[in-house]
Design a protein around this ligand. Structure first.
Ligand SMILES: [Fe+2]
Ligand SMILES: [Fe+2]
Ligand SMILES: [Fe+2]
Length: 422
């Protein structure tokens, strides 16, 4: 496998966030860079701690994939956009490789005045540094230029004196404002991220985080990707593929619907038949995913992941590929995707019975839509595959339910506190 570094992961995450709302384009990268400089000026952190915190800064707004609060985030609103902070915190805590840093995201829209020593949730100081980095990036978004006095004149309720000093130091020592205003920070940011190579386990952990983000958007797809991944994995093993190929297929399965994060939720969750126009929008998830994974030296993963709606007879999308132009690996993910959709409940349908699933798969194979050998293998091992899928998805469903309950509780708690603080 190509050497994969934090840079690659950050690019995929940033492109995914960009595809959701172009007002957030590059926001994570910018906040990460500012955070980097503020932490450097602060001192006392190891290189690894800094790398982990700037990676977190890239996706500090990840909660917006589920909680529509983007207007508040980009609008310098006075109201604290707590919903995505709380959801993002829980999501990062349970489903990301940076779970120990989740508290920072929880507090990233809070100010010193909101801190309370007896609070139920302890917010670390780094949350205030992330808040400062975020507000500098939002200032630039609105005015194109950053007037340092808008930061330095803040009251001590809104910005700690020591953090004003950090900001001044970053401007003096690192030309922070100029770098941000002239967009010259990206090379430097990616240079340091590129030095940190990721292990296979770490790559899978980040892909897993994205796969939960894709699935959790809609109540009806909470375990879709994990199901596709398990089915693809089982097929790879049954076909006797080697460890390298199986791992590539596994990662590709986890990312196969990454473009779905750009599709409006009302279309994803629509009950009943989609209009032609809505269907065309849904179809775009393949090409969005294709672009997210392009130009990164991982075309093998991209071509397995995002060709899962191609059909051997050329009637699929996005490229209407035919027969030999669709690799065996992509055919595996395509069959796994169909099977996952058939055995799962959706907003527009219930799960199908085993007989129905087998009959639909067989029809698709005889119409030369999916690979007939893979299809035969799946049908012959149906019960085993289904058992494996159930064992694998049970935990995720439970975790998802817990997350949503905890989200409601925490939100109520913060609403109560903000009421007291007012
Ligand atoms: Fe935010
Ligand atoms: Fe798809
Ligand atoms: Fe899918």
């Amino acid at each position: 496998m190509k050497r994969i570094t934090l840079k690659d992961i950050v690019i995929v995450i940033q492109r995914t966030l960009d595809s959701m709302d172009d007002r957030l384009a590059g926001h994570g990268e910018k906040v990460a860079y500012i955070m980097y400089k503020l932490l450097k000026c602060h001192g006392g952190y190891s290189d690894e701690e800094i790398l982990r915190m700037i990676t977190l800064a890239v996706f500090h707004d990840i909660g917006v994939y589920k909680i529509e609060e983007r207007d508040h985030i980009v609008d310098m609103d006075l109201e604290i956009p707590m919903n995505h902070s709380v959801y993002g915190y829980l999501f990062i805590k349970y489903f990301s490789p940076l779970s120990d840093l989740a508290d920072i995201v929880l507090g990233h829209h809070l100010y010193p005045k909101d801190f309370n020593d007896s609070a139920k949730v302890k917010i670390p100081k780094e949350a205030l540094i992330l808040n400062l980095a975020d507000s500098i990036a939002v200032l630039q978004l609105h005015f194109n230029k950053i007037d340092p006095m808008l930061i330095l004149n803040k009251s001590s309720n809104d910005l700690l004196e020591e953090h004003k000093e950090l900001f001044k130091k970053a401007c003096n020592e690192y030309d922070l404002i100029e770098k941000i205003e002239t967009d010259t920070y990206l090379n430097e940011l990616y240079e340091i991220l590129d030095k940190r190579e990721l292990s296979r386990r770490e790559i899978i952990a980040y892909a897993r985080m994205l796969n939960y983000a894709i699935d959790f958007r809609s109540e009806s797809t909470v375990v879709h990707t994990i199901t596709v991944e398990e089915i693809s994995w089982q097929i790879s093993k049954m076909l006797g593929l080697d460890d390298y190929k199986s791992t590539i297929i596994k990662i590709a399965s986890m990312l196969h619907d990454i473009g779905k994060l750009s599709i409006p939720i009302n279309i994803l969750e629509k009950k009943g038949k989609l209009t032609q126009e809505e269907f065309e929008i849904i179809k775009c998830h393949t090409i969005v995913g294709y672009n997210i994974l392009s130009n990164m030296g991982i075309d093998d993963i991209r071509d397995i992941a995002t060709l899962h709606h191609e059909k051997l007879n050329g009637t699929g999308y996005p490229f209407c590929l035919k027969g030999d132009n669709i690799s065996k690996e992509a055919r595996i993910v395509a069959v796994a995707d169909v099977l996952s959709a058939l055995i799962g409940k959706r907003s527009y349908k219930d799960e199908f019975s085993k007989d129905e699933v087998i009959s639909i798969l067989s029809n698709m194979a005889s119409n030369y839509e999916i690979d007939k050998d893979i299809c035969k293998l799946v049908i012959e091992n149906y019960d085993y595959i289904e058992k494996r899928v159930k064992a694998n998805t049970k935990n995720t469903l439970k975790l998802y339910k817990n997350l949503m309950n905890e989200y409601k509780e925490l939100l109520e708690y913060f609403e109560k506190i903000s009421f007291i603080l007012k």
